[in-house]
Design a binder for this molecule. Structure first.
Ligand SMILES: Cc1ncc(COP(=O)(O)O)c(C=O)c1O
Length: 365
């Protein structure tokens, strides 16, 4: 994340209220999965306006549970965007399915419907798609659903965003969130899966509680304990404030950002700004800008590089994923988390305003 003397690219935002909640649970004598986990499940369901949530040990296991809930057949294709976390591949493989890797939209970095249609035409229709609302952008859900049928909305970057198809997570058959330390609502680690469909929830519950008979999935304990659940529930209560603060920081950056570097889709007050990612003209500029921010005391982050793209992990031809390959060479993410002080935001603004247009030469300020 960065040297301690640098402004970190990301940091958990833990306040006294959170500490008090965790201490209360510690003192209660019960820290296994129990009442706090159940309360977080009710709070997540409340966030989505109904349905049922099931907590999980991570976002990865929550994605796996979603595939269990959708009853994805063994060996079936499950579509995943190549520009995303390796957790998606892990979940598909854990579920005994096969990843159908798809390129992303050049601007939003969300799964591209045209690329999905091409992959489905070549290899066969997927049983489901794991759709990431990358950095808080809304994925084109209706177009993806036309090809993929069942969607799992991965809201790890976008919890609380109200997109054109409603609150993120409520369009697909199931939604998933991560409570990892870098996420806007965190328990340190953990995740949850949510669905409004009783059959989906019943399959998930049967797996988690090991009440299913003849389950084709290997049994594994994926529950969340009461300590991370208590922290996450306290954080979830502050999600509207978190979204507002991130939007406020993004607005300050936008006011000084050279226009040609501006991130796509901002400003957008309805969106959780998970990343403020500059779109540099090319890799040389991006790498020079990264070094410039670091020298200036700010940990910027180039985000996943080519070797972390999912098609690369599977040894697939990069020519089929041109938008993702181009994006990794030009993206630079700036800190936008609520743990930033006003002075830290000001420092990022100063550096941002000093970025040269076009080429990075000879030496930045
Ligand atoms: C989009 C996305 N999905 C899923 C995950 C996996 O979550 P976890 O790290 O909690 O397993 C992450 C990463 O942390 C992510 O960024």
């Amino acid at each position: 994340v960065g040297r301690p003397d640098r402004i970190p690219h990301n940091a958990p935002h833990v306040v006294e209220e959170d500490v008090a909640e965790v201490v209360r649970v510690l003192r209660s004598g019960w820290i296994a999965p129990g009442p706090e986990t159940a309360a977080l499940e009710r709070a997540v369901a409340g966030h989505f306006g109904g349905g049922t949530a099931v907590c999980a040990s991570s976002g990865t296991t929550a994605l796996f549970l979603a595939l269990v809930g959708l009853d994805v057949p063994p060996g079936a294709w499950v579509a995943v965007p190549t520009y995303s976390c390796v957790a998606l591949l892990d979940a598909v493989r854990l579920a005994g399915a096969r990843p159908l890797v798809v390129d992303v939209d050049a601007d939003t970095l969300t799964m591209c419907p045209r690329s999905l249609a091409t992959a489905a035409h070549t290899l066969g229709a997927p049983a489901a798609a794991l759709v990431v609302h990358t950095f808080g952008h809304t994925a084109p859900l209706p177009e993806l659903a036309e090809v993929a049928g069942q969607l799992v909305e991965d809201c790890c970057h976008s919890l609380g965003t109200r997109g054109p198809y409603g609150l993120h997570g409520t369009f697909g058959r199931a939604a998933v969130l991560s409570l990892y330390a870098t996420k806007p609502v965190t328990g340190g680690m953990g995740g949850a899966v949510w669905s409004a469909h009783d059959d989906v929830v019943a399959r998930i519950r049967a797996f988690v509680n090991r009440t299913g008979t003849g389950s084709r999935w290997l049994p594994i304990d994926v529950r969340l304990g009461d300590l991370p659940a208590a922290l996450a529930r306290s954080q979830l209560g502050r999600l509207p404030a978190t979204i507002r603060r991130r939007a406020e920081i993004a607005a300050r950056y936008l006011a000084v950002c050279p226009p040609e570097l501006r991130p796509a889709g901002l400003p957008d007050p309805t969106r959780l700004v998970y990343r403020f990612s500059l779109r540099c003209p090319d890799r040389r500029y991006r790498d020079a800008a990264l070094a410039y921010f670091r020298r200036g005391g700010v940990s910027a982050d180039p985000l996943p590089q080519e070797e972390l793209l999912l098609h690369h992990a599977l040894g697939l031809n990069p020519a089929r994923f041109p938008n993702a390959v181009r994006a990794v060479g030009r993206t630079l993410s700036l800190p936008v988390h609520p743990e930033l002080s006003d002075a830290a935001v000001e420092r990022v603004c100063e550096l941002l305003a000093g970025l040269p247009a076009g080429v990075f030469s000879p030496e930045p300020r």
